[in-house]
Design a protein around this ligand. Structure first.
Ligand code: UD1
Ligand code: CA
Length: 451
């Protein structure tokens, strides 16, 4: 059965105390809305419709950036969750599979949970995701009769007895598209909040002889985020889970609580990660690579056998082939380092291609930016770049070529050549001592004048 996701993301999120729409606040480097889309993607949906309202333009840009085929519909006034889902109706015209309703501020639903819902959907017209709440608070309560879900009652409208129920509504539900929109058309707003409650479709389904059931999940999966403290807790929860998953998968993590991961970090088996490492989005570390302490990586690829850090920075487009060594206080951006390249100390390598086995001396800088344009530096294989070489791009250094320490290289260096681009040293015997004596005499004279 084909699936469409409808993701509600119109709310303002007043309690975030932020100008950014709530669903665009990030967890592990990705907007929480993207986490929700990713969770739903586990069911391989044919269509994705996001219902946006507050900050709709910004939300829309993030949605299409993540999935160019997803559609965004607008709910200009937030009249309730049923009204929100109704906005997706036109976008789903001609779709006759199941609709799964998710929430842009509920990023942690697991794939297995959604699969359980899809299975239950084969036996019931309507499947609602519930959870046993430690503190049921203001959640809607699920009123069950055996394994049948009879109705959902919102906290505001619930009686004492109903409020005592701990089985709560996550809001996530699944139904056939036509059924869902027919039921929603029957929802009114005569309730304590004056809203069109999506939850009312359960009782309406019963009135029409349809059946509903509940699938339950762990409360942590349905964690909704409404404030910055909750966002911070969600981030911590994500990190804890992601670290544990990597350890399970065979990554050697020395101090897990000091490692920060992104939503898409990929690390191979037997890779070693030392303490205090930060992975921004878009990092892949292959098996057996080693990331040493206090390194910061984003948008990069580290191959097998490579060693990065301590204190290294890999920025977007850094591509390290096998056995590359990048040492302390080295920054690499948009550069490809071929097999066995070493750049061990205090360098900036940006917009560059470096051939196999080349050694980059301490303090080497690729001067890639002229204030207006960026230019490339190309270095061949088995070259030796002397310490403190400035490579003024665009420039090419050939295979097996050498540059003298302290050189400013402004024109291409052919294969096998030695390039020296620095002032010639002048050594004057005895001048060192003479100069010091001269300066000391001057100091004594000045001292006398002020006394
Ligand atoms: C809803 C459920 C409640 C459930 C709870 C779980 C209803 C009526 N109630 O209550 O049973 O326990 O979620 O968190 O559905 N939204 C829109 N447009 C709207 C209204 C809401 O996009 O017009 C979005 C909000 O941005 C939010 C989500 O839908 O992300 C839930 O809406 P909210 O008003 O927070 O519902 P609750 O009162 O929490
Ligand atoms: Ca809510």
């Amino acid at each position: 059965m084909s699936i469409a996701l409808v993701i509600l993301a119109a709310g303002k999120g007043t309690r975030m105390e932020s100008d950014t729409p709530k669903v665009l606040h990030k967890i592990a480097g990705a907007p929480m809305l993207v986490h929700a889309m990713q969770a739903g993607s586990a069911l391989a949906p044919d269509r994705i419709v996001v219902v946006a309202g507050h900050g709709a333009d910004q939300v829309s840009a993030v949605v299409t950036d993540y999935d160019a085929e997803a559609s965004v519909v607008r709910q200009d006034e937030q009249l309730g969750t049923a009204h929100a889902v109704a906005q997706a109706r036109d976008a789903l015209h001609g779709f006759d599979g199941n609709v799964l309703v998710l929430y842009g501020d509920t990023p942690f639903i697991r794939q297995q949970t959604l699969e359980k819902m899809a299975v239950a959907r084969a036996r019931h017209n309507l499947v609602v995701l519930g959870f046993d709440a430690a503190d049921p608070g203001r959640y809607g309560r699920l009123v069950m009769q055996g394994d049948k879900l009879e109705r959902i009652v919102e906290y505001k409208d619930a009686s004492e007895d109903e409020r005592a129920l701990t089985l709560c509504n996550s809001g996530v539900l699944m139904a056939n598209s036509a059924t869902l929109f027919d039921l929603i058309a029957g929802v009114g707003n005569d309730n304590a909040a004056g809203e069109y409650y999506l939850t009312d479709i359960v009782a309406l389904a019963h009135a029409r002889g349809l059946t509903a059931t509940t699938v339950t999940c762990d409360e942590s999966e349905t964690l909704g985020i409404n404030s910055r403290p909750e966002l911070a807790r969600a981030e911590a929860l994500f990190q804890t889970r992601a670290r544990a998953a990597l350890i399970e998968d065979g990554v050697a993590i020395q101090a897990p609580e000091t490692l920060f991961l992104s939503y898409d970090t990929t690390i191979g088996r037997d890779a070693e990660i030392e303490p205090n490492v930060v992975f921004g989005p878009g990092v892949t570390v292959e098996s057996g690579a080693r990331i040493r302490a206090f390194s910061h990586l984003e948008g990069c690829h580290v191959s097998r056998g490579a060693v990065v850090g301590p204190y290294a920075r890999l920025r977007p487009g850094a591509e390290l082939a096998e056995d590359v060594h990048v040492g302390n206080f080295v920054e690499i951006k948009n550069a490809h380092l071929d097999t066995g390249v070493k750049a061990n100390h205090l360098s900036y390598i940006g917009d560059a291609d470096i051939g196999e086995g080349t050694n980059i001396g301490a303090g080497t800088i690729t001067c890639n930016y002229d204030g207006v344009f960026k230019h490339r530096t190309t270095i061949g294989a088995h070259a030796f770049i002397g310490s403190n070489t400035m490579l003024v791009a665009p420039v090419r250094v050939g295979n097996n070529a050498l540059t003298g320490s302290g050189s400013v290289i402004t024109s291409d260096v052919p294969d096998d050549a030695l390039a020296l681009g620095r002032a010639k040293q002048a050594t004057k015997d005895g001048y060192g001592r003479k100069l010091v004596e001269m300066l000391k005499a001057k100091k004594a004279r000045l001292q006398k004048e002020t006394d």
